[in-house]
Write a protein that binds this ligand. Sequence first.
Ligand SMILES: Cc1cc2nc3c(=O)[nH]c(=O)nc-3n(C[C@H](O)[C@H](O)[C@H](O)COP(=O)(O)OP(=O)(O)OC[C@H]3O[C@@H](n4cnc5c(N)ncnc54)[C@H](O)[C@@H]3O)c2cc1C
Length: 212
Amino acid sequence: MKRVAIIGAGCSGLAAIKCCLDEGIEPVCFERENDIGGLWNYCDNPKIGKGSVYRSCVINTSKEMMAFSDFPPPAEFPTFMPHKYVLKYFRLYAENFGLLKYIKFKTSVSEVVPSDDYQATGRWRVTSSCEDGDPETQTFDGVLICTGHHTYPYLPKFQGLENFTGKSMHSHSYRDNRELDGKRVLVVGKFFIVLRRAHGGKNSYTFVENLV
Ligand SMILES: Cc1cc2nc3c(=O)[nH]c(=O)nc-3n(C[C@H](O)[C@H](O)[C@H](O)COP(=O)(O)OP(=O)(O)OC[C@H]3O[C@@H](n4cnc5c(N)ncnc54)[C@H](O)[C@@H]3O)c2cc1C
């Protein structure tokens, strides 16, 4: 049986495990956190290297639009789910298809390189370490990278920002309105996340886009 390494147990990693099982492939999923869900696994203290949602985050795609095609969200869940429901939905999906036993939690992948016989076999050597453990290298027939695309914040350099005496932050570390309450806020980048945050609180927002 072919073995495939899956890096990350967010929704992409979970779907990848399920697809491997459907195809008769043995999945081994490495997840550096202690739970599934990726960025929907909300934490009060944002970490660099893990995508993050803010406290009041509600999906902007309806549950019908974002559903796994073989496992719709429960009827009683709200159409636009707050992040806790999204995580609950992913947990139900993982439990329903028995995916959790294929996940090695608290295990980080540090290297993926072609195996010595790569030209003949197309295999990969994957090095991972669990917490407090020594690195371990295994060979796999394939690798699925499901590490997310909001993992590392990108903060462009703006001329003069070093002279600004107020607070400047990336949206990755934003948690809730309270930290900005009563302040005038300049928002750079008109991504939907920014627009969703511009409600509530006694704030005045100015949006600027196409700067970077
Ligand atoms: C604030 C915000 C709101 C969003 N709202 C929506 C929405 O409403 N609708 C929508 O469809 N999408 C939304 N998205 C997009 C979001 O990217 C997807 O919903 C989805 O969560 C991406 O899942 P993923 O599995 O690809 O990545 P992630 O959820 O980021 O999961 C990646 C996983 O990989 C793990 N990992 C990373 N590196 C390693 C490593 N080296 N070794 C082991 N494990 C590793 C991480 O710990 C993490 O668990 C939003 C994104 C953000 C940031």
